[in-house]
Design a protein around this ligand. Structure first.
Ligand code: TPP
Ligand code: MG
Length: 689
């Protein structure tokens, strides 16, 4: 061990920390981390540009980890570089520690992204790389920085890597450098048992440059990183052949490297010797959480150098700011997340249009107002109507990041994950669209938007069975319930983790977009109709826009109710106009007083005070819900004695007007259901058997 240089000693020291963290926590993933550490060691000490005293410096290089299970590797290097204390290292995976089982985003300590669901981490890096190019295009070369990412066998195998690899290659993201920890081992098998692809050739076919190296050799890593940094055309993949559990030995001192068993448990449980392995790596078994003196000195030097380099970079930035005060202001505004003032009320909306068309009208205004907004679509821009935005700008393409529209191709999950990466990078606003039924292809990334509290905007058109002739594969049924579930999950800041908005008509769509643009701390989804919707009437002395502003409260009374209502009807989206027409019939033909409620967001509604909730949806009155999704959508809103007309089966291929008749989404059926329900309610108001 003595003849090892300090760089290798540093790697060995981190290997000990990684293994010790898992040993102490009695859970975690030591093997992969121990193999990947040589790369991380050289990257953080020699290549990654960061300011140890200002980790959120906007111009830092970013490092996106993909295999979150290798968190001990990241924590070990962040401990060396000074943003995570040795105490936090010793509290790995414990309540309240920043060293969670899988890393959770916190740029202030150098964790750029939450990772764990394999494949998403490196895809977020692609998003960050796009954001970097987008910003450099606007602010110039002082802003150039690199996006590094680290992927493992699992991430390479995940389908999302196809989308990430294709897009990065297609856009020529030469600012993206990915290290592939190719250790031939995964969770339950060796990689040879599940794949025989030539990964290098695969990435080369997508337009990447690749190099294969010994991933545990610092000289080879250094050389590869230099080449990657000099690349001018393509994203760069360094395939590092690494050794799982590097440095592990058993009780007899024999090698215990390259074993699947060290993937996900303490190495002692796998059969290696904790003490002997520490000794083998030059450490002291009595004190596994020690940082060697020479390694400490080495990292002190690194930190000083990094700080100096960052200062020099910041001087260049300052000079630029001085010479370009307007651009400097703009740059500041981009990174602060503020958006210019938009008069949503003034956005022209034609009468009786589909809410996707209303959204298109808003997007056209956003394209001309919000200069740092990037909108994307998964090959449906002319259907989900994100083309309203596209028509005012141009597409992002290789060597041209002037435009604000990203064609993601048919890759919903990739697209959503790229949006997350863009927002994590900072400086841009991100929105993406597709058909609502395909929201389920995005769910894993949407969940991470929610967990990471990222204000990504999701635009989903074709919101219900009224997609019509395309049939049941394209007709959402359970999707709204799935998405709304996220409104029930609270994030770590104690807020509902997602806002799902299904606007009732054009003006309510403008308002919902206003809500979406103003929301900075969580993702928002807009669920939009394909077919036209009859506008709801404005109340006397008001405008429809003004009335629709109440969408901020999640649900509100649409009509004027002169006396205590005999029944309350509640819906969202296009069903609101249906219940409204039904209400008119109930009033005219049956002399009933009907309160009509539009409820674009259940989550926002249940965040209102009890008095407001009671005034809109009085649970001591008969409440009937109408939804083109599962009855479940309205279950909470109608209260314990309410009833719901929902769609609890797959749809059928037919013109939507026919389906409306067949499935009972007509004003006449609203009347029928209301009368039947009132009869039941009268006989048994509390729903007792
Ligand atoms: C989307 C997803 N599926 C499954 C898992 C569970 N899982 C964690 S690591 C892993 C495979 C690990 O293989 P590799 O990426 O090569 O890591 P190594 O074993 O080399 O550490 C799996 C299946 C996951 N984290 N994410
Ligand atoms: Mg592996």
């Amino acid at each position: 061990m003595t003849n090892k240089n300090t760089v290798d000693r540093s790697a060995d020291n981190m290997r000990i920390l990684a293994m010790a963290m898992v040993e102490k926590a009695k859970s975690g993933h030591p093997g992969g981390a121990m193999g990947g550490i040589d790369f991380i060691n050289v990257l953080y000490s020699e290549f990654l540009q960061y300011d140890p005293n200002d980790l959120e410096w906007i111009n830092r290089d970013r490092f996106f980890l993909d295999p979150g299970h290798m968190s001990p590797m990241l924590y070990a290097v962040l401990c060396m570089s000074g943003s995570i204390s040795i105490d936090e290292i010793q509290s790995f995976r414990q309540w309240g520690s920043v060293t969670a089982g899988h890393p959770e985003v916190d740029a202030s300590i150098g964790i750029e992204n939450t990772s764990g669901p394999l494949g998403q981490g490196h895809t977020m890096a692609v998003g960050a790389a796009i954001a970097e190019k987008f910003l450099c295009e606007r602010f110039g070369s002082w802003m150039h920085h690199k996006i590094y990412t680290f992927i493992s066998d699992g991430g390479v195998q995940e389908e999302i890597s196809q989308g990430a690899g294709r897009i990065a290659g297609h856009l020529g993201l030469n600012n993206l450098i990915m290290f592939y920890d190719s250790n031939d081992i995964q969770l339950s098998t060796e990689t040879k048992d599940v794949t025989s692809e030539n990964t290098a050739q695969k990435y080369e076919a997508w337009g990447w440059k690749t190099i294969t190296i010994d991933g545990n050799n610092q000289d080879e890593i250094r050389r590869a990183l230099r080449m990657a940094n000099e690349e001018t055309e393509k994203p760069f993949l360094i395939i590092g052949k690494t050794i799982m559990g590097k440095g592990l030995v058993d009780e007899n001192g024999a090698s215990f490297e390259g074993k699947t068993s060290t993937h996900g448990q303490p190495i002692s449980k796998a059969g290696a010797s904790f003490e002997k392995s520490i000794e083998n790596l030059g450490g002291n078994p009595e004190n596994p959480f020690m940082i060697f003196d020479d390694v400490k000195a080495f990292w002190n030097d690194v930190k000083n150098t990094k700080a100096k380099q960052a200062q020099a970079q910041k001087q260049i930035q300052k000079q630029w700011e001085k010479e370009n005060p307007e651009l400097a202001e703009k740059c500041k505004a981009f990174f602060s997340g503020t958006i210019p003032h938009i008069d949503f009320e003034d956005i022209a909306q034609q009468e009786n249009i589909a809410s996707r068309v209303a959204s298109k009208n808003v997007l056209a205004v956003l394209a001309n107002t919000v200069e740092n907004m990037i909108v994307s679509s998964a090959d449906l821009s002319n259907s989900d109507n994100t083309d309203g935005f596209l028509k005012q700008t141009t597409r992002i393409s290789k060597n041209n990041f002037c435009g604000q529209f990203l064609e993601a191709g048919v890759a919903e999950l990739t697209m959503a994950s790229i949006m997350n990466g863009m927002v994590l990078h900072g400086g841009v606003q991100a929105a993406c669209g597709t058909f609502f039924v395909f929201s389920e292809y995005m769910k894993p990334a949407l969940r991470l938007s929610a967990l990471m509290e990222l204000p990504v905007k999701y635009i989903w058109s074709h919101d219900a069975f009224r997609v019509g002739e395309d049939g049941p594969t394209h007709q959402p049924v359970e999707q709204e319930a799935q998405i709304r579930l996220m409104e029930h999950v609270y994030n770590h800041s104690g807020k509902r983790s997602f806002v799902a908005l299904r606007p009732a008509d054009a003006q309510e769509t403008s308002v919902c977009w206003k809500i979406a643009m103003e929301t900075k701390d969580r993702p928002v989804g807009l669920i939009l109709s394909r077919q036209i919707i009859k506008d709801l009437p404005a109340k006397e002395g008001s405008t429809r826009y003004n009335d629709a502003l109440q969408a901020y409260k999640g649900a509100y009374i649409v009509n004027t109710v002169s006396k205590t209502p005999d029944i309350v009807l509640v819906a969202n989206g296009s069903e609101v106009s249906t219940i409204y027409e039904g209400a008119l019939l109930l009033e005219k033909e049956h002399g009933l007083s009907v309160q009509v409620v539009s409820a674009p967001s259940e989550g926002l509604f249940f965040d209102q005070d009890a008095e407001y909730q009671q005034s809109v949806l009085p649970f001591d009155k008969p409440i009937l819900g109408f939804t083109a999704g599962l009855s479940l959508n309205m279950r909470n809103l109608v209260g314990p004695h309410g009833k719901v007309w929902g769609m609890n089966h797959f749809g059928y291929s037919a013109p939507f007007e026919v389906l409306d008749e067949k499935f009972g989404y007509t004003p006449q059926n609203v009347v029928k259901q209301a009368l039947e329900y009132l009869k039941e309610y009268k006989n048994n108001p509390c729903g007792k058997k």
